[in-house]
Design a protein around this ligand. Structure first.
Ligand SMILES: *[C@@H]1O[C@H](CO)[C@@H](O)[C@H](O)[C@H]1NC(C)=O
Ligand SMILES: *[C@@H]1O[C@H](CO)[C@@H](O)[C@H](O)[C@H]1NC(C)=O
Ligand SMILES: *[C@@H]1O[C@H](CO)[C@@H](O)[C@H](O)[C@H]1NC(C)=O
Ligand SMILES: *[C@@H]1O[C@H](CO)[C@@H](O)[C@H](O)[C@H]1NC(C)=O
Ligand SMILES: *[C@@H]1O[C@H](CO)[C@@H](O)[C@H](O)[C@H]1NC(C)=O
Length: 485
């Protein structure tokens, strides 16, 4: 009963409709307000909960003796530490147990909880009870046995291959000291500075680059480096070369935290954060509550209002293959907010040469069952659905939903240095996502040099560019890849 647990209270925000209009205005290049982003303090003035909400929630907590709470700049989250027994009284229905798997141990309450009726209109959800860390869904995989036919020829993707394929010259590196980019690591994934240094020594010739992460926010464990973490850092710093790089790593001070939620709280509590964030992490829509998804979506709108770019890996399981057996026949999409940019994967058509790209069969994609299709992509998706051949039966996907991914880049056969060992054959959209993030950071670098605002939420601009003619801005990855279904 005395076990401390950490709960996150998501307080009902104000100004949701105004926030949506503002994000639209500052993210649309055709708008006179394009790029006129808000500071964190201005954002707080827009979204902070009403005094009645703050009072009611605080009185409720204090009434149960919950005192150890911390707020964020935008005042719309409270993070509190309290004994499990108090949490059970506070949230009727909750029942905490300790769950152990391998080295990991978590305290969670899998049962539904409730809050008193008078609190319901003041809270979006309470975090820290239900959710277990999932395996990283965007997980890259190191192939145990490379296909022998290719092993002898294909040297794999390195920074040089990426920079050649994406036409990046030696001059395409960051120049500004105050530009920045970040990767977010969750679930006890750590990188080692020594791996990064060795990686750059092996693969970093031909472009100016940094060999150090400038800032780690949160705890970096002492353990072995994780493949994911090494991959993220090494590749965001290869395309976003010479750009100051941060890592957000397992924030919070307690084992029972929810790292993803804790990261959102950090963003709401730091007035100065990198302009670009690469996240190789995701959840399936059907594992999340509607209230949680709606609120997390609002958190991404808050980031967009500040001019931050958030990129998510589109995931590794194609059209929700493991769910297709279900009776509904609807695929189970990842959780693609319409306010983030999702990145899928490609591979080289000729695996031996730096040539055109085709779809990587491991790249996830599809349609949301929760978020309706945003205006910005309606024309592009409509064109795709009319012209695509070999679509699955329409009962397998919900074409009224937000479609993803938005962009793609190479995701196959990367070299990664992890625990001082160069490892080939690493694949996944968690490779393509930091690659794209680094490119966005470079574009921001050029824009900041010219006194222009950062790109912020990309999608309205991306789809407008695409409409203006593919040749100039984007390469259309239309071919099916090896092993594609
Ligand atoms: C937010 O930042 C303030 C000031 O640095 C700090 O006191 C507070 O504990 C932070 N909140 C959380 C939830 O970490
Ligand atoms: C790189 O530049 C070449 C020559 O201008 C062009 O043919 C190619 O499509 C470009 N590659 C990409 C990925 O845009
Ligand atoms: C790398 O960035 C720094 C600023 O952070 C800049 O002073 C330096 O000139 C850049 N290096 C190159 C080779 O462009
Ligand atoms: C970055 O530095 C440049 C040059 O010193 C300055 O003009 C610009 O305002 C700074 N931008 C930010 C976002 O701090
Ligand atoms: C399809 O997506 C819409 C949102 O665009 C949603 O309202 C609807 O419930 C979804 N249908 C199914 C069967 O999940």
């Amino acid at each position: 009963p005395g076990q401390p647990v950490q709960l996150t209270f998501a307080l009902r925000q104000r100004g949701a409709a105004r926030l949506a209009r503002l994000v639209q205005a500052v993210s649309d290049p055709r708008s006179p307000r394009y790029g006129q982003y808000l500071s964190l303090e201005q954002l707080r003035d827009l979204v902070q909960p009403s005094p009645a909400t703050l009072m009611t929630v605080l009185k409720w907590l204090q009434g149960h003796g919950v005192e150890d709470c911390r707020s964020v700049t935008t005042l719309d989250f409270l993070e509190c530490y309290l004994p499990a027994s108090t949490a059970e009284r506070l949230l009727p229905g909750a029942e905490f147990h300790r769950y152990v798997q391998g080295q990991q141990s978590l305290v969670r309450s899998p049962l539904p909880y409730s809050v008193p009726a008078e609190l319901a209109e003041h809270l979006d959800f309470v975090g820290g009870l239900h959710r277990f860390p999932t395996e990283r869904r965007a997980a890259s995989r190191a192939r145990k046995e490379p296909q022998p036919a290719r092993a002898s020829f294909h040297l794999g993707v390195t920074p040089a291959v990426l920079r050649q394929r994406y036409n990046m010259t030696g001059g395409d590196v960051g120049l500004l000291p105050n530009n920045s980019q970040a990767c977010a690591q969750f679930l006890e994934q750590y990188f080692h500075q020594a791996d990064l240094a060795e990686f750059m020594q092996l693969f970093g010739s031909g472009f100016a680059h940094r060999t150090q992460v400038d800032r780690v926010v949160g705890r970096q464990g002492r353990g072995k480096a994780g493949l994911e973490a090494s991959l993220d850092v090494e590749y965001i710093m290869s395309t976003g070369a010479n750009v100051s790089t941060w890592v957000f790593s397992n924030p919070g001070r307690h084992e029972s935290q929810e790292p993803f939620l804790a990261w959102l709280l950090l963003l709401s509590n730091m007035s100065s954060v990198p302009w670009v964030h690469s996240v190789s992490y995701g959840d399936d829509e059907d594992s999340l509550s509607y209230a949680y998804m709606e609120r997390v979506n609002t958190e991404f709108m808050k980031a967009a209002a500040r001019g931050l770019t958030i990129l998510f890996a589109s995931g590794g399981t194609g059209l929700g293959l493991e769910h297709q057996q279900q009776s509904a026949h609807l695929q189970c999409p990842r959780f693609p907010s319409p306010y983030v940019t999702t990145v899928g994967g490609t591979s080289f058509k000729n695996p031996f040469l730096v040539t055109e790209e085709v779809t990587d069969y491991i790249s996830g994609g599809g349609f949301s069952n929760v978020f309706p299709m945003p205006e910005y992509q309606a024309a592009a998706v409509g064109r795709f659905l009319r012209s695509a051949s070999k679509l699955p039966p329409s009962s397998y996907y919900n074409s009224s939903g937000r479609a993803y991914p938005d962009l793609a880049a190479l995701s196959d056969n990367y070299w990664v240095v992890t625990n001082r060992i160069p490892l080939p054959w690493v694949s996944g959209t968690s490779a393509s996502t930091p690659v794209v993030a680094g490119m966005v950071a470079l574009i921001n670098d050029r824009r900041l040099q010219r006194g222009l605002p950062t790109l912020g939420f990309l999608n309205p601009a991306l789809y407008q560019l695409q409409k203006q003619g593919l040749g100039d801005a984007f390469y259309d990855v239309s071919g099916a890849g090896r092993g594609s279904t």
